[in-house]
Every structure is written in structure tokens, then in C-alpha cells.
Design a protein around this ligand. Structure first.
Ligand code: EPZ
Length: 422
């Protein structure tokens, strides 16, 4: 298995291009199932999660062509051959559940394996299922699968989510585009990935209003057509790379970044003493004078502070002056990076959903292990700032969500390389 080796201490200077959003692309790809016309996604990220979604769609009969070295995905669901998403693929990636709504809407039936828990928490899919039931789906849980039918077709409904869920909002939104009548999604997620999905669906002919607010209204249509859609920039990749000059000191512009995608996160960086400025090309981040200050962070659904940046900002706060309090409110087990950061000399005390970080002057390189995607990149950030050598193992987690990390950071002066395993 590959490892990433980092020799810390070099301040970063330069430009880092931001790719299309993994989590937007994982919702946009299943939208192909809603139509027999071609759907083309540009600015797609080149990641192993995208390859997993490709394999899942291909298993349903979707033709997927990867063009321009993977940056463009041409999808056609003209000849669907199946409605079953197998456990073998779903267990690798929870976003597989996003085929359920579109399959049901287009084919009137679907069988999708239940994803089960994952490293960061239990992550049930009850909200997805209840939304589809409200639209008239008949669901049965059997042999680890959701068996879903809509004998009379999906019907528009008022769906009020008990809790804000990105995936459940996406599944319900896609299903509602082909339901009979009007669907209102209340307490809907407002993430930029939802807005991006709604824009793509609208380009395909869907009638949607209110995306980006807590209430989305969808007027069902008879059929959807094809479209070409550009995937929105990855706000989590953006936030991650904004932290690189923040933690090492330096001056980096994240090309293609927009502050509106990361407003609550950028506010915390500013509070800590890091400057984030939107320019014509992206977001320029500079930290020149001394250590950052400790800040308190609580994760929340968008526009709040993203849970997907909690591990990364923790790496920064490990070297801050003073104490920081990080509260994780979305997932119950998302502090697995803390013990690894402590192996590098960080002082962190985790009590339930709250981590208290007491900043130290300098982290020290160590062999560490990635436990999930965002944890793995937080260890890389920590390694960039640490004294000596850090070796991060289990980097297959990293490859799920970050393309070319070594090249992107290396081009800004980081001493980082991938060490190939057998
Ligand atoms: C999406 O996951 C992202 N994944 C996650 O990114 C991200 O952490 C999460 O949203 C929160 O922002 C993709 O978009 C592919 P949720 P999702 O449904 O949709 C609970 C990353 O690192 N819940 O918004 O699965 C759930 O357990 C990943 O890129 C239910 O109780 O997240 C959680 O506590 C990790 N029942 C909360 O809601 C349900 O049916 C929010 O989860 C669904 C969710």
C-alpha cells in the first residue's frame, strides 16, 4: 500500500488549482438515470470515489465514457439493464444510495443494498427512505437490501425532513423531478452541492425553485432530457488547501475558489489571524506573522462550519497560541485523527463530541495512520508544519477525495512524495 512521506517546515508559496467537487459529482452522476438522453459532466474530479460510482452505474447498464483524461464524463442511461445496486459496490461507498431515488422515478422499481455504518458514525438512511415513502414508494427491507416499488408512479408530496441531510435531500430532489404533481422539501439541506444538482436537473428540464434555501419546490415533469453541466468547485478541497499556507506560513492562491463556498470557514481562519482574500483568480491565503490564535469551532449544516473541514482545521489549531474548542455536531465518531495528531506531539483532549486543543509551538514528525478521507489530509497538513519526517500510511482514503495532492503541494514548495507500496 502507498504511503505519503513529508518533510515539514517549508513555507508554501504559489498557486493550487481546485478541482470539481467530489460530493457534487457523486450526486450529479446518478441524475443520468432520470433520462434516456445523454448527460455530460465537465470539470469532474479524478478520484477513486468517482470510479466507484462509475462502476455502480455501469452495473445498471449506464454507458460511461471518461474523456479528457477523466475531466469530462459522458453518461447515457439509454439502455438500462438493471435496477439492483449490489452490496459489493455499495459497501465501498455510501453515496451509492443516491441511485435509489432516480431508479425508482424512472423505472418504478429499485433494489439497493443498505450501506451499513462507516468509520465516522452509524449514518443511517432512514430519511432517504421516509422521503420516498411520502412520495408513494412501497419499501421493504429484506436480505440487507431496500426493495422499492412504485406501482402507480411517484406522487408529489410535502416532505419535512426531521433532520437536515445532504444525501436525503438529493435523493428526494431527483425523485421529485419525475413525480406527478408538486413536491415540497422542507428543512432541506442548503449545501452548494444541492444547488449544483438543482442547476443540472433544471438544465435537463426539471422545474425546481428554492434550492439553496431550506425549502425546495419541485413541479414534476413527464420526462427529462440531456444536458451538459460543469461541476461546481470543491469547497472542501478548497478549504483544505487554504489551510496549507495557514499552517506553514506563506502565501498561496487557490485557483477557482470563491469565498461564498467557504464563508464560515474563512471567517474562522481570519479570526485565527490568517488573511483570506478573494481575487480575480481565486482565494489568496497568507500568514506571515507568527503563530495563529486559538479559535472555537462548532460544525453545522451549510452555511455553518463544514464537518468535512473539522479534521483539517484541528491540525492548524494544534500549533495555535492558546486553547481551541472543536465541537462536532454532525457525526458521532469524527475525531479519529486526534490520537494520530497526538502522536505528533499535539495536545488534544476529546470528551464526547468536543475536542479541546491546547496549541504547542511545534509538531514533530512521526509515522501516522489515516483512518478516513478528511483525517488523512489533516495528517498531511500537520506533517507540512512538523519538524522532521512524517509518514502517512493507508493513503487509499486520501485517494477517494483528493487528486494529485503531492503534485499540488509540491508545486508550492512542500517536501512531499508518495512512496509506492507493493
Ligand atoms: C454528505 O454525506 C457528504 N457526502 C459527507 O462528506 C458530509 O460529511 C455530509 O454530507 C455532511 O455534510 C456526500 O455528499 C457524498 P447527511 P451524507 O445525510 O449525505 C444523519 C466526505 O468526507 N442522517 O447530510 O451521507 C447522519 O447520520 C463525506 O466527503 C440520518 O440520521 O450526510 C448525519 O448525522 C463524509 N438519517 C447527519 O444526518 C439519514 O437518513 C447528516 O448526514 C441520513 C442522514
Amino acid at each position: 500500500m502507498d504511503q505519503i512521506m513529508i518533510r515539514g517546515g517549508a513555507p508554501l508559496h504559489g498557486e493550487i488549482p481546485i478541482a470539481g467537487a467530489k460530493n457534487a459529482c457523486l450526486a450529479l452522476m446518478p441524475a443520468t438515470l432520470l433520462t434516456d438522453a445523454p448527460l455530460t459532466l465537465t470539470n469532474a474530479p479524478r478520484l477513486s470515489d468517482i470510479r466507484t460510482m462509475t462502476a455502480l452505474l455501469q452495473s445498471l447498464g449506464v454507458e460511461v465514457s471518461s474523456l479528457h483524461r477523466g475531466k469530462v464524463l459522458a453518461l447515457s442511461s439509454h439502455d438500462l439493464t438493471g435496477q439492483r445496486a449490489d452490496y459489493d459496490i455499495v459497501r465501498k461507498m455510501r453515496a451509492s444510495i443516491l441511485v435509489l431515488g432516480p431508479l425508482l422515478a424512472r423505472c418504478g422499481r429499485a433494489e439497493v443494498s443498505l450501506p451499513g455504518g462507516c468509520a465516522i458514525g452509524a449514518r443511517p438512511v432512514d430519511l432517504h427512505l421516509r422521503a420516498l415513502e411520502a412520495m408513494g414508494a412501497e419499501l421493504e427491507l429484506r436480505d440487507g437490501y431496500v426493495h422499492a416499488r412504485t406501482p402507480g408512479g411517484l406522487k408529489g408530496a410535502v416532505v419535512e425532513f426531521e433532520k437536515i441531510s445532504v444525501g436525503a435531500t438529493e435523493n428526494a430532489l431527483m425523485a421529485a423531478t419525475l413525480a406527478k404533481g408538486t413536491t415540497v422539501l422542507k428543512n432541506a439541506a442548503r449545501e452548494p452541492e444541492i444547488v449544483d444538482l438543482a442547476r443540472c436537473l433544471r438544465a435537463m428540464g426539471a422545474q425546481i425553485a428554492g434550492e439553496g434555501t431550506g425549502e425546495i419546490e419541485v413541479q414534476g415533469v413527464e420526462r427529462l432530457g440531456g444536458a451538459t453541466h460543469q461541476v461546481v468547485a470543491d469547497r472542501i478541497e478548497l478549504g483544505t488547501y487554504m489551510l496549507a499556507p495557514a499552517i506553514t506560513g506563506g502565501d498561496v492562491t487557490c485557483l477557482g475558489g470563491k469565498l461564498e463556498l467557504v464563508a464560515s470557514f474563512a471567517e474562522k481562519l481570519e479570526e485565527a489571524g490568517v488573511s483570506c482574500e478573494e481575487t480575480a483568480h481565486g482565494i489568496r491565503v497568507t500568514r506571515r506573522n507568527g503563530r495563529v490564535a486559538g479559535v472555537d469551532v462548532a460544525t453545522a449544516p451549510f452555511p455553518g462550519f463544514p464537518t468535512d473541514l473539522q479534521a483539517q482545521i484541528m491540525a492548524l489549531l494544534c500549533t495555535a497560541e492558546g486553547e481551541s474548542r472543536l465541537e462536532e455536531t454532525i457525526f458521532e465518531n469524527r475525531f479519529m485523527h486526534a490520537p494520530e495528531l497526538m502522536r505528533m506531539g499535539a495536545r488534544i483532549d476529546v470528551q464526547g463530541g468536543v475536542a479541546t486543543v491546547t496549541g504547542v509551538e511545534r509538531l514533530k514528525g512521526a509515522p501516522v495512520m489515516a483512518t478516513d478521507l478528511r483525517a488523512s489530509v489533516s495528517l498531511i497538513l500537520a506533517g507540512l508544519a512538523a519538524e522532521g519526517e512524517t509518514m502517512v500510511s493507508r493513503v487509499y482514503h486520501l485517494d477517494r477525495g483528493y487528486e494529485k495532492v503531492e503534485q499540488k503541494l509540491g508545486a508550492c514548495g512542500a517536501h512531499i512524495e508518495r512512496v509506492s507500496g507493493e
